[in-house]
Design a protein. Structure first.
Lengths: 114, 115
């Protein structure tokens, strides 16, 4: 079964607005990652936050992690039409040594209206 | 980080036939991962392929249906056998970037339609 639950499942906002997506998970994790998928193609890694981190920034992206609530959020500021995509959170259970597959959340489909 | 070449990018196949998907990585990697993404759904891990040993399959996936080869540290194949329309999905391969602590790189996916 899927580890993560994401909400909202779909989000439509105006260009320039901020978009926030949430992810919850069920078990202990080593890290939590966010990916973007355009039109059902390959996934692009956006950002990784480790279990001992609470917040991380990368450009217009801000990720938070609350391990006590087993939840994470992805904020995209000043959205652009090119941000239209599906966004997935994913968790890794192992030591982070690259030997573990990921468990994905259900994803949020983000539409940026021009 | 690694670059993955995955092919074919898409295919339409007759039920009962098999399709082999290939992933070539531009650097040596220990583990390669195969995922399935059913229409409108998220990704589900099929199996982990380690060079020199049998692939490890997740619950609900079996070797007879999804045989995997890993002949060397830069290449892997996934075969979808005896296909039915329910196998219509996007199949993706993936490798860890460096140690995995920097995320994973994915192939561009194979969109399979079974008719």
């Amino acid at each position: 079964s899927q580890q993560g639950e994401e909400d909202p499942q779909a989000l439509s906002i105006q260009e320039g607005e901020n978009a926030t997506m949430n992810c919850s998970y069920k078990t202990s994790i080593n890290n939590l990652q966010w990916y973007r998928q355009n039109s059902g193609r390959g996934l692009v890694h956006l950002i990784l936050i480790r279990s001992n981190e609470r917040e991380k920034h990368s450009g217009r992206l801000r990720v938070t992690l609350d391990t006590s609530k087993k939840s994470s959020s992805l904020l995209i500021t000043a959205s652009r039409a090119a941000d239209t995509a599906s966004y997935f959170c994913a968790t890794a259970f192992g030591s982070g040594g690259g030997a573990d597959g990921l468990t994905f959340g259900k994803g949020t489909h983000l539409i940026i209206q021009p | 980080s690694a670059v993955i070449s995955q092919k074919p990018s898409r295919d339409i196949c007759q039920r009962g036939t098999s399709l082999t998907i290939q992933c070539q990585v531009d650097s040596q990697v220990t583990m390669m991962f195969w995922y399935r993404q059913q229409p409108g759904q998220s990704l589900t891990l099929i199996a982990t392929a380690n060079q020199g040993s049998e692939a490890t399959y997740e619950s609900g996936f079996v070797i007879d249906k999804f045989p995997i080869s890993r002949p060397n540290l830069t290449f892997s194949t996934l075969t979808v056998s005896n296909m039915s329309p329910e196998d219509s999905s996007i199949y993706l391969c993936s490798v860890a970037r460096q140690t995995g602590s920097y995320g994973y790189t994915f192939g561009s996916g194979t969109r399979l339609t079974v008719v």
